[in-house]
Design a binder for this molecule. Structure first.
Ligand code: SF4
Length: 344
């Protein structure tokens, strides 16, 4: 299998939930948390999925791993259609993928020591013989930068950063082809966030980890990810190579998110006040472009026409009627994969 072959593909995936309540027919209405998303994750690459709270990032991440039923569309993992819900396909998915969750402490069993947590995964997935368990557990702890002597501890006696490293070690115990990390650093201190990001950069280099990194922090996504997909109200509004998206965003929503990064290049030319207010309720989606109520560039066709579809040019896609170059910055941007400088 070539290094650039698609490992995971989402084709027009929609995830809907009941709108809630039982009055006036509300129970029959559906909210689309994910709305027609198509994405490809290639072997060995890191795809960042970004957007505000409620954009559908986490729902999409769970749907990609078969943890959330999809309403329409398809998900294919290494050529196997997994969205049909057939058991053999789901077993394959469980054996070859893993998820790292946001809350490091609560995602671990408080009654189990670190060693027991990791040994349990090795046993369930039959990764090593009983005799080889202890050595593999120690190896996994070293891989994520933890002293194997911590293996006898339970989660309550570990820091948040240590718990998250155990969570990553547990994910790696499956020897996954793909890890989806869902806001896995959001609850951590900045210095610990830097350590976890450096750990992912290291794992990319050492074991060629394929990673889907879901986050709302664009500065971190810029450092870690090869490509980025920007979600707004469940739709991909921009997608492309990270540096292409960050240096020349084509969608006003992306430009607004980038402009809000505290450390953004001061020479970067971006709209002054491109976005106001909150996203509309998914239960009351505006006509036309879903972003038009907040968009400083909105014109009549944006309010009355069909929602723009994702147009592509040179591997970079965006869903906006603006001409390329409208939001462009000529400023160079730093290369990715620079380890973060971690302040104490
Ligand atoms: Fe703004 Fe119109 Fe583009 Fe939507 S289509 S992002 S409203 S300019």
């Amino acid at each position: 299998m070539s290094a650039n072959a698609p490992l995971l593909e989402a084709d027009d995936v929609t995830v809907s939930f009941p709108a809630g309540g039982g009055f006036f027919g509300l129970a029959k209405r559906k909210v689309r948390a994910v709305n027609g998303v198509s994405l490809t994750v290639r072997r060995g690459e890191t795809l960042g999925i970004v957007g505000e709270s409620g954009s559908g990032k986490s729902t999409l991440g769970r749907a990609l791993l078969g943890l959330e039923p999809i309403s329409s569309g398809h998900v294919t993992f290494d050529g196997i259609r997994i969205s049909d819900g057939r058991r053999p396909a789901l077993v394959t998915l469980r054996r070859r993928t893993a998820m790292v969750f946001q809350d490091p402490a609560n995602s671990l069993n408080p009654r189990l020591t670190v060693n027991e947590t990791l040994a349990e995964v090795l046993r369930v997935h039959a990764k090593v013989s009983r005799a080889g368990e202890a050595a593999r557990v120690a190896e996994l702890l070293s891989l994520v930068g933890l002293d194997p002597a911590l293996g006898d501890r339970r989660p309550r006696s570990l820091s948040g950063g240590q718990c998250q490293r155990v969570g990553i070690a547990r994910a790696l115990a499956v020897e996954p082809d793909l890890v989806i990390a869902d806001e896995c650093i959001a609850a951590l201190d900045v210095s610990i966030q830097g350590q976890i990001i450096n750990l992912f950069l290291d794992l990319q280099e050492r074991i060629g980890l394929t990673l889907v990194f879901i986050a709302h922090d664009l500065a971190i996504v810029r450092r870690l990810c090869d490509r980025v997909a920007v979600l707004y109200l469940g739709r991909v509004v921009e997608e492309g190579p990270t540096e292409a998206v960050f240096s020349a965003p084509r969608h006003p929503y992306t430009a607004a998110l980038i402009a809000a990064i505290p450390e953004i290049d001061p020479d970067m030319v971006l709209p002054d006040a491109p976005m106001g207010g909150e996203p509309p309720s998914p239960m009351a989606m505006p006509k036309g472009c879903p972003f038009h109520p907040r968009c400083a560039f909105a014109e009549n066709p944006c309010r009355t026409g069909a929602p723009p579809v994702l147009a592509r040019r040179d591997n970079h896609g965006w869903a906006c009627i603006l001409a390329p170059g409208t939001l462009r910055s000529p400023s160079p941007t730093p290369a990715r994969s620079q380890p973060l400088e971690i302040s104490a």
